[in-house]
Design a protein around this ligand. Sequence first.
Ligand code: FE2
Ligand code: FE2
Length: 333
Amino acid sequence: MNLTNYDAINWNQVSDMIDKATWEKLTEQFWLDTRIPVANDLGEWRELDDDHRWVVGHVFGGLTLLDTLQSEQGLAALRQNVQTPHETAVLNNIQFMESVHAKSYSTIFSTLNTNEEIDEIFEWSNTQEFLQKKAIEIGNLYMDSTVDPLKKKVANVFLETFLFYSGFYTPLYYLGHNQLTHVAEIIKLILRDESVHGTYIGYKFQVGMRQLTDNQQQDMRDWMYNFLYDLYDNEEKYTHLLYDTVGWSEDVLTFIRYNANKALMNLGQDPLFPDTASDVNPIVMNGISTSTINHDFFSQVGNGYRLGEVEAMNDNDYRVQRPNANKDINQAD
Ligand SMILES: [Fe+2]
Ligand SMILES: [Fe+2]
């Protein structure tokens, strides 16, 4: 391709206000893993038995792999098909934060685990069958230039709003019991980012979906639900592998079905599973509802993270009137 001209990005002419609102939300909730005093959890960590420590280490290994995939391929794939230059800027922001997420698990490992344990966790993550299957299935969609760009958005939202949650369950469970609260603080910051990412990418999917014919939309829906079934089937096996020894598998499966429904809502689709928030273990919901704890950004003396005044995303953040639309977009966090 030979360029004949190149356009500068003009933030004073924004055609989709969702781009601007998302940029502002993401930059205001920026954070770094190195500012969280994870070592404060060492006392509680040493009191856990081997089975529970194994679960914590390996769910974080799995999450590291998925965030690595997002940082290396997921956002790069979406950047190939943007509607606006501001969308590219938002995706750049998301991509950097995925690198922060992936790195933050290493910050946790280096505090809680021995070098031998860390090596084993990465060896496991890089070879475990069910974990690798999800990374490969999603990664193959991202990296294949012949795949419909809308399907890449679906894959992205399924990863962001569904596949992370078998892993998020563990730190949220401990947070609900007021244990490992600094580790959980990192996860809550990641979760807050993923919530915005899933909502934004889901919104861009809905914009693209509206440009399809009824038949094309139906084909997309059929593909999407089949793909979700396929991922859920694998997620069941992954969950049993991780959680059977500590007896949490059924609770985790309820939680991931609840989040699968949220992923579908982000994509503007009907829920698939009967599970709702009231079915999820209330201790885990309690962990989710805990807002991030304030702490002193510069001295790290606090027990949470503080940079500017931020709050969790809610529906009102997306009630932005777009120039060419007169109704609110569908979204779920
Ligand atoms: Fe992430
Ligand atoms: Fe993300």
